[in-house]
Unconditional design. Structure first.
Length: 155
């Protein structure tokens, strides 16, 4: 599946690029009501934690009903703005390695299994995983990470 390859490639190529961002860049908020790159990467940590649960439970349970999460409140609870940037990068990599391991364990026949998220219509496991990777790409690009040369191999 292309999304699996893409996630593997991102895990290899993104951490070094994140580490090269300046402290000023990662801590600045474009407006008082928007996230800094630190907080946006923190949001990706929260997304990884929630989507990992979805990927595992969809393999083990019949049509699990998964909760959503209040992303702004999760970012606030974790205080990502005050956290160490290198630690956040390492955590991003570790959580996504864990999520990748769960996704790699999905048998081909199970990608069509369904789950709901926050009362949604049934979603296939494949959709949830592909949407997760697309969501990650969006946020990484917003943070300022050029991913086109990383993602061209996975297309």
């Amino acid at each position: 599946m292309p999304a699996l390859t893409l996630l593997r490639d991102l895990l290899q190529g993104v951490p070094g690029r994140l580490e090269r961002l300046s402290k000023e860049t990662v801590e600045s908020r474009p407006t008082p009501s928007t996230w800094s790159p630190k907080e946006e990467l923190g949001h990706l940590l929260d997304s990884a934690a929630n989507n990992h649960q979805r990927i595992v439970r969809a393999q083990l349970e019949d049509s699990p009903a998964m909760p959503g999460y209040e992303q702004n409140r999760w970012v606030a609870v974790h205080a990502y703005q005050r956290r160490n940037w290198k630690e956040l990068i390492e955590l991003w990599q570790a959580l996504n390695r864990q999520l990748l391991a769960a996704a790699e364990a999905v048998p081909d026949s199970a990608w069509s299994r369904t789950l709901t998220v926050a009362g949604s219509e049934p979603l296939t496991l494949q959709f949830v995983f592909e949407d997760y990777v697309a969501h990650m790409l969006h946020h990484l690009q917003h943070i300022g990470i050029e991913v086109d040369d990383i993602t061209s191999n996975a297309a």
